[in-house]
Design a protein around this ligand. Sequence first.
Ligand SMILES: [Ca+2]
Length: 145
Amino acid sequence: MIGLLLSLPLALAQTAPQAQAPTPAVEVVMSGFESDDGQALVLVFEGEAGFPVDLKRAARTATAPIQGGRATLRLALTPGTYALAVIHDEDKDGDLDTFLGIPTEGLGCSNNAKGSFGPPPYSAAKFTVGAEGAKQAITMVYLGG
Ligand SMILES: [Ca+2]
């Protein structure tokens, strides 16, 4: 335990940002919104826990306005593997509305991954962000409501 504590400042120093290349950006282009109401709520996951709609387990969340059924967002993400979920948060309450477990707001996932009976698995939605960044085009899907 003491060894772990002592090694922590060193580990932090090694990962501290230096004067290097900027953090790569992931360009997220979302389309297929049924209306411009509310906002696009983007959830970033670094693993399958909570994917796709558990906001508390998301590594990060971000929002973007919807215009003409489309929304765009640039996310600065360090290189790694991620999955994105996009909620059409029509009532702007910051969460996915459901009725009897079925989403009443639109949902989209990176790679346009779809589940057969339920949400898509993380493995189908994950993608890699390299030093040059990445791009994801996501089409919204409306199941209920
Ligand atoms: Ca909502």
